[in-house]
Design a protein around this ligand. Sequence first.
Ligand code: ATP
Length: 355
Amino acid sequence: MGTSLSPPSRIAHLEDKAPTVSTLCSHSSLQIFHGARREGFRTLGITPGPPPRFYEAFPLARPDRFLEVPTIRALPEYSDELRRDGVILVPHGSFVEYLGPEAFTRLDVPVFGNRAVIEWESDRRKERVWLESAGVRMPKRYETPDEVDGPVIVKYYGAKGGKGFYLAKNRAALERFQPTGPHVIQEYVLGTRYYIHFFYSPLSKDGYRVGSGSLELLGMDRRDEANIDELYKLGAQEELHRVGLEPTFVVTGNVPVILRESLLPQIFDIGSRIIERSIELFGGMVGPFCVEGIMTEDLQFKVFEISTRIVAGTSLFISGSPYSDLREPGLSMGRRISQEIHRARDAGRLSEILS
Ligand code: ATP
C-alpha cells in the first residue's frame, strides 16, 4: 500500500515555506535538534505523552515545540497538520521501529532520505541480496546446521534488541539449540567490531565522488553490549551455559574508535559499493548510514548489518569527530542532515533528498 500523496506533491509546499525539522524524542533526537538549530531551522519534538523531563537539562538541544501524540502509532493522523507546518521528519532507529517500517513508509509527510530504503533494510534477506550483489564481504550464512564448520551466531528475524541470539563454538554445540522461531545461522566472525558513520550527499560535487554525489566519513564507534562484553570474566562459555548464563547483545552505550589509516581505502570501497548498488536497486540511499562489521586479523572487514539512517553512536560526535573535523570543524551528523536540507532548498533540489 502506498501513500495517498505522490512524492512531488508531498514536498512542493516546502519550496516557499520555512521548514521545521522534526523527529521522535528518543535515540539521537538531541543531536538532530541541536544540529537543526545550529542551521537556523525551527524544531519540533514528537512525544507519546508529555515531553521527557530530561530535555530541560539540555537547553541547546531542546526542540522549540513539542507535539504530544497519544501513542506513536497515532502519528499518521497528524500528517495534514505536520505538512501544514512545513515539517520534515528525520528518521532514526527508534522512530522507524516504534511506528513500524510499513507505517513509516506510508507517512504523508516529507521524510529526510529515500524511504524506499526501509524495505531493503528491514528484511534481513533483502539486505543480504543488496550487500552481496554490491560485492561486500559478509559473514557466511549456513542453510542447515549440517553445513556448520566453525563457530556460529544464530539470529532470529525481527529486532529483538540483541536478546535471544545463540552462540555455538561448533556443530556439536549447535545441536543443543532449540529454535523458537525463524532464524539464520551465521558464521561467528572473530575480530574487532567497528560501526562506521557515513553520509551520502547526492548534491555534493566535491570530495570522494560516488554516483552523482559524494561519500563522507563522519565518525566511528563501537557499541557496548551487555552482557557479552564482560561475560568472559566469568570463564568459558560451556561452564556459563551449564549455570544458565546465555550471552546477550543489548546495547547499553557507545565508545569512540578510529581505524588504522591504511584500512580507510577498504572502508570507502565498501561504502561506495553500497551506494552504487542502492542507486541501481531503488534509486539510491541519501544521507546518514552506518556500516556495521568486524575487522578480522587478516584485515578483512566483514559486514554483518547496515543501518540506513542516523545511528545513536553518532551522538559521541556532537562537537565533531577525528574524521568530520577534517571536513568541517565541529560538524555533527545531526547538523550535516540540516545542512543538506539547507543546500537542497537553496538549489531548488529538495526532491532529491526528501521523499
Ligand atoms: P540492531 O538492530 O540493534 O543492529 P540486530 O538485532 O539487527 O541488532 P545485529 O546488529 O546483526 O543484530 O547483531 C548484534 C550484535 O551481535 C552485533 O553488534 C555484534 O556484537 C554481534 N554480531 C552480529 N553478527 C555477528 C557475527 N557474524 N559475528 C560475530 N558477532 C556478531
